[in-house]
Design a protein around this ligand. Structure first.
Ligand code: DAH
Length: 341
């Protein structure tokens, strides 16, 4: 084929090309080392001497023509592709957005946060302990040796003879005292899940407690009372009062049950407090000398107080929740009632 024929062939082929791939294929066919234009150059040796220069010039002109032409075709195709893409990806800013509903804090976690904030403000540290606990910490080091009758009240789920799901957050007391340097005072709170085999409307096999422990020199029962009074007022309102009723816990001596004036009627008596005017929400006392001794503290030198708050009970009373299981079943009909919006 001569120069003119090749140009014709190129033009008819490029006219049909409508993708970048096809254009590149054509470029290859004509302009690569073994392409048609190179072939034309190769024919130089057959051209008579005085035509060689004009022949070479004509092939070069064709080469430049095809190369420029291909560039402009490519440019056009790229612009077209880009425009199509932009067209496809146009965002309709007037379309309504997807509506995500933000969750709200679970009332139990809110209470944990509220109480923690008060105690952290008083210089307490937040401590943690394992939920699968050793009998040693859950019972023995709290003055509840094997066969102690008070263990019955807290019968639970055993993993093996010496390992169980903790029945209260009190083992964190023993762990903290044992691990302490013994020459610095201890001030901790420990919120956490606890487990018992109870099962009725006000008891669940899982519930939440908040433990508190203070150890130091000259710690007295009036410190306990002052601390609890301050805490109740901060969390439930300045008009609240507390009362101590004597009680028994193996790990404290003396031991008390602590009531706060009813958060609903303020003490007059109502449905929530069953007419008593008081809500029973925690157990407390002065740390038993045996407990101090077992964790390496000399009870002649150190004293302490401890308390354990039942958190589920508080929100059940505050919000009039009739069944503790509602707190744990993640039913949105229940949870949405605590939304702030
Ligand atoms: N551990 C007790 C319970 O679960 C509550 C308790 C009572 C904790 C008195 C204490 C305390 O720290 O001093 O019933």
């Amino acid at each position: 084929m001569n120069i003119e024929e090749i140009k014709e062939e190129y033009l008819s082929e490029i006219e049909k090309a409508n993708s970048l791939d096809e254009v590149n294929e054509i470029k290859n066919k004509y302009l690569s080392k073994k392409g048609k234009v190179s072939e034309l150059m190769g024919k130089m040796k057959d051209i008579v001497a005085d035509k060689k220069a004009s022949y070479g010039q004509a092939v070069n002109t064709l080469k430049t023509f095809i190369s420029d032409h291909l560039d402009s075709i490519k440019d056009n195709l790229e612009t077209k592709a880009l425009n199509e893409k932009l067209e496809r990806e146009t965002i309709d800013v007037t379309m309504p957005g997807k509506n995500y509903s933000a969750a709200t804090k679970h009332p139990l976690n809110k209470l944990v946060d509220d109480i923690s904030e008060v105690f952290v403000g008083l210089g307490y540290k937040v401590a943690e302990g394992p939920e699968v606990e050793k009998d040693l910490y859950n019972f023995e080091m709290l003055n509840l040796p094997k066969d102690h009758p008070a263990r019955d009240m807290q019968d639970t789920f055993y993993v093996d003879v010496n390992t169980l799901l903790r029945t209260h957050t009190s083992p964190v007391q023993a762990r903290t005292m044992e691990a302490s340097s013994k020459d610095e005072p201890i001030r901790i709170i420990c919120p956490g899940k606890v487990f018992r085999k109870d099962d009725d409307a006000t008891h669940s096999h899982q519930f939440m407690q908040m433990e508190g422990l203070v150890i130091g020199k000259n710690v007295t029962m009036s410190d306990l009372k002052g601390t609890l009074d301050y805490f109740m007022k901060q969390v439930f309102g300045q008009d609240k009062t507390i009362r101590f009723r004597s009680s028994y816990f193996p790990f404290t001596e003396p031991s008390v049950e602590v009531d706060v004036s009813c958060t609903s009627c303020g003490g007059k008596g109502c449905n929530l407090c069953k007419g008593s005017g008081w809500m029973e929400i925690l157990g407390a006392g002065m740390v038993h000398p045996n407990v101090l001794r077992m964790s390496g503290f000399d009870p002649e030198v150190y004293q302490g107080f401890a308390f354990g708050i039942g958190l589920d009970r508080i929100i059940m009373l505050q919000y009039g929740i009739d069944d503790i299981k509602r707190i744990y079943t993640n039913d949105l009909r229940f949870l949405n009632q605590f939304r702030r919006d």
